[in-house]
Design a binder for this molecule. Sequence first.
Ligand code: SF4
Length: 310
Amino acid sequence: MSGRVLLAAPRSFCAGVDRAIEIVEKLLDQHGPPIYVRHHIVHNDHVVRRLEELGAVFVDDEEEVPQGAICVLSAHGVAPAVRDNCERRGLRVVDAVCPLVSKVHAEARRYADSGHLVALVGHHDHVEVIGTKGERPDQIVVVESPEEAERLDTNGKPLAVISQTTLSLDDVASTVDVLESRFGDLRRPGADDICYATQNRQDAVKEIVSMGATLILVIGSPTSSNAQRLVEVARARGAEATLIDDENAIGDDLLDGHETVGLTAGASTPEELVQAVLARLADSGYDEREDVTVAREDVHFRLPREVAAR
Ligand code: SF4
């Protein structure tokens, strides 16, 4: 069968992921292995395996890092208690937390310290949300859905709303709508917490669906929140959509009945995987390709002092 591929842009690495990976690579270069990283540096299995081969050691807890060793904090952010524990244990912390996640942490502190109850729209078990809630555990409540927003009890406190950076814009809007209808005006940050990269990748998926792609392939790992949301956004627009790890997931039955396939990749997915999937699609007869670009990204975050100065 001959078919067409609509290739979404922007896709793949965002500035926060780029920075986090570069930090680990530079530390390996400057100090040699092992370099300890608390949590997977970004949520992509291919990235993690490659860095492991170079000598990075990923741990779930800072307690697993030998005293005095370098401990990189992943892009998703941590609670202050984790930083305190690192300090107590004499670890040399290098901060690979995305500055856009740090911005949400700052909002959480500001709202909580000015007497607000803070509704944090996000997934209870996501590592970013656990880190943000840890800023003020008693004054921050995680709200995952409109149903949970219906049940929220503020005990008469004024309400502020922040969100995880990698959610679906539409899902956040429906949860915030419920909060607004129940509690009136809410304190909210001037700019959305959902980051530019999440927003652009979702916009690009909407565009390729509207251009006729009936199956959307999203390259990413199951742990990647923003990749999972791209699947949901595509489905909500009426396309079939599936998350694939790499080109090996492409079988003819997956493509059956789809003349136009859309392709994108989550913010933690390397572009090499996109090229490998494109090649596999071409082998399967999808050799006509159209690039669909909805935004240009030129965001770049500076490296932390400990890494950049050397
Ligand atoms: Fe930062 Fe957004 Fe990338 Fe997350 S997805 S690392 S918040 S730029």
